[in-house]
Design a protein around this ligand. Structure first.
Ligand SMILES: Nc1ncnc2c1ncn2[C@@H]1O[C@H](COP(=O)(O)OP(=O)(O)OP(=O)(O)O)[C@@H](O)[C@H]1O
Ligand SMILES: [Mg+2]
Length: 286
């Protein structure tokens, strides 16, 4: 079953087409990554899905509901972590989480709040006002607020921006655990390495989808630089990044005893995503 269905969704801000006839299905229990440069439409899409923005045309269904008409029904079932944390600065971390939790009638709210504060490593600062927190700490409180009511889908708009590598890793371990328990995670990111941690990745540019694929298949779109040292002479080749191509290329060299080393430099996911975006840019210019 699809947790999210998007059909021909468009949103314009004056002359700017932030979403251009976008269509996408997101199966339940997957981690769905939205990758794209600044202004590609990631936040606009997420806002349209959580019912905080009215599209110009097309439609979206989230858990079978209309994000605008069924906004309040949907609120109970989704969590949303905005790009800029929307917290009450004068309240403590704990009171922010309690506030969101009370709105949603969360059972055992105080215990749940303690658990979630501990997970986000905020127990020591739980009763300090959020205005005294660093950017990364505010992000953590914001994630806690998005999770406190055990939502079925979580929309995360650049959740790990401004987090240190250790916490970033903890967040992703949690996202995977949530997905395994059936929660759908819809997450935007600038950090291409995070694309590898998703089940599926959508590459956006100028409100258009350039590719939807698994990270593994995206990696296969890349090239690998091959360097072979034969009697100290360096020979290079550029091949497709699939193991069959590598075997074929190596066959040309047989098992020469003079070959002392073979070096592989595969494109990274970042190289490939950027080249997909650049290819589109070039097509538009020509
Ligand atoms: N309220 C608004 N008024 C006018 N233009 C807007 C508004 N919100 C977004 N836009 C425009 O829509 C386009 C998409 O913006 P959006 O915020 O969705 O991009 P993004 O992919 O989230 O970018 P970033 O990575 O910087 O967060 C941009 O050109 C932006 O200027
Ligand atoms: Mg954004």
């Amino acid at each position: 079953m699809n947790a999210i269905e998007i059909v021909n969704l468009s949103k314009n801000f004056g002359k700017i087409g932030a979403l251009n006839r976008m269509s996408l299905d997101v199966p339940e229990g997957t981690i769905y990554g939205l990758v794209g440069p600044n202004g590609s439409g990631k936040t606009t899409l997420i806002k349209a899905l959580v019912g905080s923005l009215r599209p110009n045309s097309g439609f979206a269904k989230v858990l079978g509901l209309d994000p605008l008409k069924d906004k309040w029904e949907l609120r109970k079932q989704i969590g949303y972590m905005p790009q800029s944390p929307a917290l009450y600065d004068d309240l403590s971390a704990r009171d922010n989480i309690l506030f969101f939790g009370k709105e949603q009638n969360v059972p055992d709210l105080h215990q749940k709040t303690d658990e979630i504060l501990s997970f986000a490593e905020l127990t020591n600062r739980a009763d300090d006002a959020v205005r005294t927190f660093s950017g990364g700490m505010k992000k953590r409180v914001s994630l806690c607020c998005a999770l406190v009511h055990n939502p079925k889908i979580i929309f995360l708009d650049e959740p790990t921006a401004a987090l240190d590598p250790y916490l970033k890793m903890l967040f992703w371990i949690l996202f995977r655990k949530l997905a395994q328990s059936g929660v759908t995670i819809f997450v935007s990111t600038h950090q291409m390495d995070e694309a590898m941690l998703c089940d599926k990745v959508t590459i956006l540019r100028n409100g258009e989808i350039l590719a939807v694929d698994t990270p593994r298949n995206i990696l296969h779109r890349g090239k690998t630089k091959l360097k072979i040292f034969d009697n100290h002479e360096e020979k290079t080749a550029v091949i497709d990044s699939t193991s069959e191509n590598l075997a074929d290329e190596l066959k040309k060299f047989g098992l020469e005893k003079n070959i002392s080393s073979v070096e592989l430099q595969p494109d990274t996911i970042e190289d490939i995503i950027l080249s997909i975006i650049r290819k589109k840019e070039k097509e538009e210019k020509s």
